[in-house]
Design a protein around this ligand. Structure first.
Ligand code: KIV
Length: 261
C-alpha cells in the first residue's frame, strides 16, 4: 500500500506511531521500504552524511535532485520526501519552481525549514504540492544566529515553537518535523496539531520519529548527536572488511581457487 499524507494523518488519529528515516541512495531506500518505514526523507544531511561537507549549507539543488532520483528509483511504498536545500525557497516563485523539480525527480512531497517565517511559501506550495514542515533546530539557519542547541527551554522559545507549528498547519503542511526541542514542548505541539509531528531529539510523545540513517547505522562518526541511537556500527564493519581484503591481497590469499575462473 502506497503511503500518502492522508494515511499518516489517519495513523495519528489511531495513535499509531510513524517510523521515518533519511536515505540518499537506491539500495538503502529499498531495504527501508521492505521493512515498512513509512516515510523516507532525502535529507540535505546528504551534505555531511555522503558528500563530506561541514554542514548542510553547500548542498545544491543538483545534488539533491541526483540523490532524490536514486531513492525514487527504489519505487517504495514509503512516502518519499525531498529536502529543499538552503536558499532554494527564498520566494514563492523559486520555491514552486524547485519543488516541481523534486516532483519530476520522483519525490511525492518536499520539506522546508522554518515556521511562521516560511508559512507564506508553504501556503503557496500546498495548493499543488504536499509539504512537510520542519521546526526547532534548523540547520540551514546557522548563519542567521541559529544554534545547534536544544530549543524551547524558555517560555518565549516554547511559545514561538507553538506559533511556528500552528502556522505550518494553517499553511497546509501535512506533517511537521520537530528537531531537538524539549520533550515537554514537543508533547504540547503534538497535542495542539491535527497533523502528525515527527520528532528527532524531541522525546517520545511525537506522532512519529525520524533519524538520520548514517547516524543510526554508525556510518557517520565525526560526531554523534545525543538523540541518535546507534542500531548498527557499519563504519567498524566496513573498516574490518577493507582491512581483511587488503591483508589477503598482500598475502596473495585473495583471489583463491573459489573466486577464480
Ligand atoms: O536533512 C535531514 O536529514 C533532516 C532531518 C534531520 C530531519 O532534515
Amino acid at each position: 500500500m502506497k503511503i500518502t499524507p492522508e494515511i499518516l494523518r489517519e495513523m495519528k488519529q489511531r495513535g499509531e506511531k510513524i517510523a521515518a528515516l533519511t536515505a540518499y541512495d537506491y539500495f538503502t531506500a529499498k531495504i527501508m521500504d521492505e521493512v515498512g518505514i513509512e516515510l523516507i526523507l532525502v535529507g540535505d544531511s546528504l551534505g555531511m552524511a555522503v558528500l563530506g561537507y561541514e554542514n548542510t549549507l553547500p548542498v545544491t539543488m543538483e545534488e539533491m535532485l541526483h540523490h532524490t532520483r536514486a531513492v525514487a528509483r527504489a519505487q517504495t511504498q514509503a512516502l518519499v520526501v525531498a529536502d529543499m536545500p538552503f536558499q532554494s525557497y527564498m520566494t514563492a516563485e523559486s520555491a514552486l519552481e524547485n519543488a516541481n523539480k523534486f516532483l519530476a525527480a520522483g519525490a511525492a512531497a518536499v520539506k522546508l525549514e522554518g515556521g511562521v517565517a516560511v508559512a507564506d511559501r508553504v501556503a503557496a506550495l500546498t495548493r499543488t504540492i504536499p509539504v512537510l514542515g520542519h521546526i526547532g533546530l534548523l540547520p540551514q539557519s546557522i548563519l542567521e544566529g541559529g544554534s545547534y542547541r536544544v530549543q524551547g527551554r524558555t517560555t518565549e522559545s516554547a511559545e514561538q515553537l507553538l506559533r511556528d507549528a500552528k502556522a505550518l498547519e494553517w499553511a497546509g503542511a501535512f506533517a511537521v518535523v520537530v528537531e531537538c526541542t524539549t520533550a515537554a514542548v514537543a508533547r504540547e505541539i503534538t497535542g495542539a496539531l491535527k497533523i502528525p509531528t515527527l520528532g528527532i531529539g524531541a522525546g517520545s510523545d511525537c506522532d512519529g520519529q525520524i533519524l538520520v540513517s548514517s547516524d543510526m547505522l554508525g556510518q557517520f562518526t565525526r560526531f554523534t548527536p545525543k538523540h541518535a541511537k546507534r542500531y548498527a556500527n557499519l563504519a567498524e564493519e566496513m573498516r574490518r572488511a577493507f582491512l581483511a581484503y587488503r591483508g589477503e591481497v598482500e598475502t596473495k590469499k585473495f583471489p583463491d581457487r573459489e573466486h577464480s575462473f
